[in-house]
Design a protein around this ligand. Structure first.
Ligand SMILES: Cc1cc2nc3c(=O)[nH]c(=O)nc-3n(C[C@H](O)[C@H](O)[C@H](O)COP(=O)(O)OP(=O)(O)OC[C@H]3O[C@@H](n4cnc5c(N)ncnc54)[C@H](O)[C@@H]3O)c2cc1C
Length: 437
């Protein structure tokens, strides 16, 4: 079958099997010389692509829940959406969530995903107590910070290359409502948005949208969005503040010529920017705050049949301003359309190969075409110059050189564990081969 991930690039011919028991997983693992696990395919590029793919979507049971302490154990194919549907009405929320809820727990662990609260909370695996992992010989092991610690740390952010995650036990956080108190503030340029981030360390959730079309004094013009979980007393009129009313979802039925999403996102940005009287804090439901694009199913099709590529990079705090300024200048000059970028502040690193490290991360979506890949090479030069790194789960084209430079302090430790537990290099992806992981 033809298969691709969220970016619809690359598309490959692969055999995908969907086991429904650990025994079936074992049989497949034992008879396949090479394979990779796949969740909901929300990585953008080739991290979960291989000629043989093992889909975890039928391993989707909740194993146990400790209601007193909020500790959930579930199979790897359970999605964040399923967890939210079941546990938000009971007053529990995910400790960390990416910008889509159509992600499995296996995928969240393997990419060690981050959210808008990384500066305070760290990444998803900070909250993972233990994992059940199937190794290349079919053996199932437990790993945690206490048991098989090096395997645990290599699996958190290890992009599926240590084995197949079967189950995860992790912490949920207590909430009083399903709503977020949101505050928006404008920044005239890059300098101001960095100041706003530094002044927002106490806010639980922070993110900025950057208007990448601006130049000169307005380079980096942005809006900062902050959020806190709303308390029940803040919304007295809502009868059951943990239950959300049903919302309509829109479906994009086919690939569009790639113009529509850009135009749509720029329109929203400009509407926010042009509000005359500043911003009154507002209370919005968690879906609108965390997953604005999830209400448009298959929005990736708006980028046309060639697909989309995301460029997400990260720099240390000291070099972020200069590096991101250079990137924005190159992008704005290039005329290639990523009209909006997303900027986030990260705290400390987790895991071995995990992407987040203390500093700023910028993410930009582009339609796939030759000129965009040429632009990416120019952006890579800036990333190399400032010792930055690129997020594996968003990547489909990075060179080995850029990867090895960005992960130079982490890759050797990861490879020691990988070579010990997967001697024959069974778990591999197109990406791991391209990057010589
Ligand atoms: C709209 C959108 C917004 C996003 N926002 C963010 C964000 O804010 N922060 C962020 O960190 N990420 C973000 N992502 C990326 C996404 O969270 C990750 O790519 C995530 O890993 C996808 O999970 P998945 O279940 O779809 O896994 P897949 O995409 O299928 O696989 C991703 C990786 O996980 C591995 N994997 C999956 N399941 C298993 C398993 N059971 N055992 C071992 N390995 C496994 C795969 O081999 C692969 O390496 C976003 C993606 C989209 C499309």
């Amino acid at each position: 079958m033809k298969i691709s991930n969220w970016g619809n690039y690359p598309v490959i011919d692969a055999e995908m099997v969907t086991p429904s028991s650990y025994d079936q997983v074992k049989q497949i693992a034992l008879r396949s010389p090479s394979l990779i696990a796949r969740g909901l395919g929300r990585c953008y590029g080739d991290s979960s692509l291989n000629e043989k793919i093992i889909s975890t979507t039928r391993l989707n049971h909740i194993v146990s829940f400790d209601e007193k302490n909020g500790i959930l154990c579930c199979e790897a194919g359970v999605s964040l959406e399923e967890i939210l549907d079941v546990f938000v009405p009971r007053g529990w929320f995910l400790p960390v969530t990416p910008g889509t809820k159509f992600v499995t727990i296996g995928g969240a662990v393997a990419s060690d995903v981050h959210g808008k609260n990384h500066h305070q909370a760290g990444s998803f695996c900070n909250y993972v107590h233990s994992l059940r992992l199937m190794l290349s010989d079919g053996k199932i092991i437990f790993c945690s910070k206490e048991e098989n610690r090096d395997i645990f740390e290599a699996t958190c952010g290890g992009m599926g290359l240590t084995g197949i995650i079967l189950e995860a036990t992790f912490q949920l956080i207590k909430i009083e409502t399903a709503y977020i108190r949101q505050k928006i503030e404008k920044a005239k340029n890059l300098e101001q948005i960095f100041q706003l981030f530094e002044a927002s360390n106490n806010s639980t959730y922070t993110v900025a949208w950057i208007d990448c079309l601006q130049k000169g004094n307005h380079l980096g013009r942005s809006v900062m969005i902050r959020g806190e979980h709303a308390l029940a007393k803040e919304i007295p009129a809502v009868k059951n503040p943990l239950i959300l009313p049903e919302k309509m979802k829109f479906n994009i039925p086919f690939n569009f010529p790639n113009i529509s999403l850009s135009a749509f996102s720029v329109k929203i940005f400009n509407e926010i920017w042009n509000l005359k009287y500043g911003f009154v804090p507002s209370i919005i439901d968690y879906n609108t705050f965390f997953y604005p694009l999830d209400s448009i199913l298959h929005w990736n099709r708006l980028y046309g049949k060639n697909g989309l590529a995301q460029y997400q990079c990260l720099f240390s705090k000291e070099s972020s301003y200069e590096a991101i300024k250079e990137l924005l200048e190159i992008i704005s000059k290039s005329g290639e359309g990523s009209p909006l970028g997303v900027l986030k502040l990260f705290g400390k690193q987790n895991g071995i190969l995990s992407f987040p490290q203390e500093g700023y991360t910028l993410a930009l979506d582009f339609p796939v075409r030759n000129s965009v890949f040429q632009l990416f090479q120019k952006l890579d030069e800036v990333v190399m110059k400032y010792n930055g790194r690129i997020y594996l789960t968003k990547d489909s084209r990075m060179s080995t050189e850029v990867f090895k430079h960005g992960y130079r302090n982490d890759l050797p430790s990861f490879q020691i564990v990988k070579r010990r537990i997967d001697k024959e290099n069974k778990f591999q992806s197109l990406q791991s081969r391209r990057l010589e992981i």
